[in-house]
Design a protein around this ligand. Sequence first.
Ligand SMILES: [Zn+2]
Length: 449
Amino acid sequence: MFSPLAFGLQMGLTTALPMPAALIALDHHPQFELDRYTRQIEQDGGWWLEMENRLLVVAPPSRLPDLLAGERVVADLGWIRPDDLALQTRACGVDEGPALPSIADTGRFALVRTPATLLPYKAPDVSEWRPVVPNRVLTKDLRARGLLAMAKGAPDPEVQLRVDAIDTQRWFDTLSTLASYDRSSYGSGIDQARDWLIGEFSALGLQVSTQTFTIGGTATQVENVIARRTGSLYPDEWVIVGGHYDSRQQSINDPNQSPGAEDNASGCAGVVEAARVFSQFPPQRTMVFVCFAGEEQGLYGGSAYAQSLEAGGDLAKVDLAVIMDMIGYSGDADLDVLLETSSSLSGVFPAFAAAAATYAPELRVLTDTIACCSDHMPFINRGVPSLLTIENDYSPSMPFGYQHYHRTTDVPANLTRAQEMGGGILKMNIAVLADAGGFETPVLRDGFE
Ligand SMILES: [Zn+2]
């Protein structure tokens, strides 16, 4: 009989010991090969971490050479234990510590040597640090693992119609309009941006409301803008599309302009573009388009909205919440997008992988299940199927990363490949939303079944 206690002891005893470690390149490992390889590492008494196209391999000295035979080793890390390593979140709006030299950059995290200030190792109760747990996928590159090719299907003509209705120039113009307002929570332009959004959603015939809340610890009041279209067939099943419209400087009290073109005029403009598409093609389920405020100080807008759904008994109606935060920049030709939710909600990934493979094949899709730092969190924390979509060059500490993050220079002109990157993410998201929102098939429309 399986004994969890004995198993746990065995795992704990072996993986807690220092062992030699190496970082290898995963360029040519399809998923089935990688599964076989990581199983072998565990059988040999070692442990591993998967980070995009890098695999950390830690194993007893007698086993490591065999495990590394034929692999491309990119770094020899010496002897390590899990506690010697930590994950540092990158470009988190809440608490940005100085970036440490990273062993591997992956998704929302950098794998670093545990800083002395954290020793003896404890994951403090802040979002910046996470412990390393052995045998975990931190970020998976679906394309490199062959999983996008497997997810690709035949385009559905009805979904294709909605995808084709995306106008990336119109989205970029919206982004530029939003970026022309200083949308810092303490700035003068956030109210103007709010009013502009209200006007835009109203012109689409949506029911528009605002939700006022206070940014924690201050007297500052800001407002979410909420636009809804009631579903034609299933009004009590909701799909939420959201992204924050507030912006900030690196120092939260910096009085300089915060144009926030990438963070997050890009995502908020994506919400507006989705509203335009689904006004042309009304869905069967209720769609709610929300531009959140107060994100940068600690997700206050997303939390206020999720709380109001809970209080109103509406939370269980939400089938899916899709959040866009930083979707309009790519530092290189690689159009990589990161999908992020918690491991317990990772059932949302296949629909997005299939949508990307089928309707936006230009995207390299990465998934990660250690969620933090954007408006998906209040939904994740309440168990609502939800995820964040974010381009994967957003962090200034990454190769090709966005150097204008939280600076006065986060302006539309600095968004290289904006329409390719944002357009790809919008195609993927609109395809998923088309399915989630529901539509009549032409066959049904004609009455033949
Ligand atoms: Zn943001």
